[in-house]
Design a protein around this ligand. Structure first.
Ligand SMILES: Cc1cc2nc3c(=O)[nH]c(=O)nc-3n(C[C@H](O)[C@H](O)[C@H](O)COP(=O)(O)OP(=O)(O)OC[C@H]3O[C@@H](n4cnc5c(N)ncnc54)[C@H](O)[C@@H]3O)c2cc1C
Ligand code: FES
Ligand code: FES
Length: 488
């Protein structure tokens, strides 16, 4: 076991031991490291004031990602380079991102500014950044003063300035230093009363989880991936978790494997890494994935973490239910496969034994001509929880509906399918009359909850309206020349 977390802070390799396993990168930066440029706003992943950038080796180069330091535990930066706003300027010379924010008047009170700077810095390091994605990049950063337009202008100035910076100049050296930090030894951080354990193989993780589940004297283990859900239990519910197991060092769980008839997304794959593979399969869902959290949340949070959490308002579960996904679970050496719908038993209860974990989610490739659509209805477009979410897999040959799977989030105590309404539609024609019959059926089949986000009546109306939207998009759009609904 290694008892110190090792990472690069700027250009310096450092090692930290003996800290609380629940210590966030934000608290460590502002406290022990005295790097107070990184701010605490919400402490729950929403405002982006705490944004820092992590660089990790990826296929022979450095992959830079903006993440929220408030939901990131210190052990999770093992083997990475951590860059904060302090690392960008060289002496009194501002980095081009900082200079653009000054020149475009992108800062007023300045509290949010380090977070915006770090998000823009990470974006400038992405080879695929385009002008169109600025708003998407910045959706996870809130500003209460500038009104965003000057910040967007700063982003455009950065795009026009391709001059390399000091981090580009030393990237080979950084890569070598980071690669030297990668080892196969389990990391165990402990302050004497609680521990954070990060193994490097799936077998080891399986062994640890079974061992701890069986040990009545030990605390209940909590497995984390991106910690974007669990981080809030620590920061807001003040839960004391011990031990915490992190799967982020297991390379085998960070893979996306394409087979002839499915893709397998490992438990360590983040939204950001999975987006291309998912959108290649289902071109219509790109806009939907971009509305899950902000970029920082998608850079840390995993698809499997969303499913495992079992939340009735999680957005990925309905999407994956409609896609016909299956989960692969492992407990010790025992493995099993489960259709996703069988995983959600009741509110807060999933079909997962003590010591068992999900290794991957397998998503079948769609039949030629079939589509997967997903709509998220929330009060704000960005960074909001769904009041209702509907996903539909639809295979229609122009005459009859060959297959339909309708799945909902925010509708019941668990993510659910409307099986009876699907059965009514399957095999039939797709006409206004069928639509009306299916809407009536949905009203009978769905038994929505009423809560602070929406009333049951609203949820039912929206579900029926979304079914109509499916009809318009798949049948009537060409005739009526409606705009692309993914933009609405
Ligand atoms: C600001 C903010 C915005 C958000 N916006 C959205 C949103 O728009 N839509 C949405 O759906 N969610 C949203 N979330 C919730 C969260 O980001 C997602 O649920 C995310 O996918 C969780 O993944 P994670 O890897 O961070 O999970 P973690 O927090 O690491 O874990 C979540 C749960 O899954 C369990 N778990 C993780 N991996 C495994 C595994 N392999 N096997 C078994 N159990 C496991 C953990 O024990 C825990 O119970 C948001 C969160 C924040 C902070
Ligand atoms: S402090 Fe608000 S996102 Fe971290
Ligand atoms: S400049 Fe004041 S919050 Fe953004």
């Amino acid at each position: 076991m290694r008892h110190a977390v090792r990472f690069m802070l700027g250009d310096e390799v450092i090692s930290v031991a003996g800290v609380s396993p629940a210590l966030s990168v934000l608290d460590w930066l502002r406290g022990a490291a005295r790097l107070t440029g990184t701010k605490e706003g919400c402490n729950e992943g929403d405002c982006g004031a705490c944004t820092v950038v992590l660089a990790r080796p990826c296929m022979g180069r450095l992959d830079y990602r903006a993440v929220n330091a408030c939901t990131l535990l210190l052990g999770m930066v093992d083997g990475a380079q951590v860059l904060t706003v302090e690392h960008l300027s060289e002496g009194t010379r501002l980095h081009k991102v900082q200079q653009a924010m000054v020149d475009a008047h992108g800062s007023q009170c300045g509290f949010c500014t380090p977070g915006f700077v770090m998000s823009l810095f990470a974006r400038a390091k992405q080879p695929s950044a385009t002008r169109a994605d600025v708003a998407e990049t910045l959706a996870g950063n809130l500003c209460r003063c500038t009104g965003y337009a000057p910040i967007m202008r700063a982003a455009a100035m950065i795009d026009d300035n391709e001059a390399p910076d000091v981090w580009d100049a030393r990237s080979n050296q950084t890569l070598t230093q980071l690669e030297a930090l990668q080892d196969a030894t389990t990391l165990c951080l402990s302050d004497g009363s609680a521990s954070f354990i990060a193994p490097t193989s799936e077998d080891e993780l399986a062994h640890f989880l079974v061992q701890h589940a069986a040990d009545k004297g030990a605390g209940r283990p909590t497995l984390i991936a991106g910690n974007t859900d669990v981080g809030l239990w620590i920061n807001k519910k003040l839960m004391r978790l011990d031990p915490i197991f992190w799967l982020g060092r297991i390379e085998g769980l960070k893979r996306i494997v394409e087979n002839a008839d499915n893709i397998e997304i490992g438990a360590g794959v983040t939204y950001s890494k999975a987006t291309t593979a998912l959108v290649d399969l289902f071109p219509e869902i790109g806009g939907f994935i971009a509305r899950i959290g902000g970029a920082q949340v998608r850079n840390s949070g995993t698809i499997v973490g969303n499913v495992a959490n079992g939340s009735p308002i999680g957005d990925m579960s309905p999407l994956l239910l409609a896609a016909g996904a299956r989960l692969a679970l492992r407990r010790g050496t025992q493995r099993r496969l489960l259709p996703l719908e069988a995983f959600f038993l009741s509110y807060g209860v999933q079909d997962r034994a003590a010591g068992e974990f999900i290794t991957q989610v397998s998503v079948p490739k769609p039949k030629a001509g079939a589509v997967l659509k997903a709509w998220k209805i929330s009060k704000r477009a960005d960074q909001d929880i769904s009041s209702l979410m509907m996903a539909v897999y639809f295979d229609f040959d122009g005459t009859r509906i060959n297959e339909i799977r309708l799945a909902f989030g925010g509708m019941a105590g668990v993510p659910c399918r409307a099986l009876a309404s699907e059965a009514l539609l399957r095999g039939g024609p797709w006409t206004r009359a069928t639509l009306a019959a299916a809407q009536a059926h949905l009203r009978h089949e769905l038994q929505p909850i009423s809560d602070m986000r929406a009333s049951a009546a609203y949820r039912l109306d929206v579900a029926c309206n979304l079914l109509e939207r499916l009809f318009i998009e798949t049948v009537e759009r060409a005739q009526t020349r409606l705009p692309d609904a993914s933009l609405l």
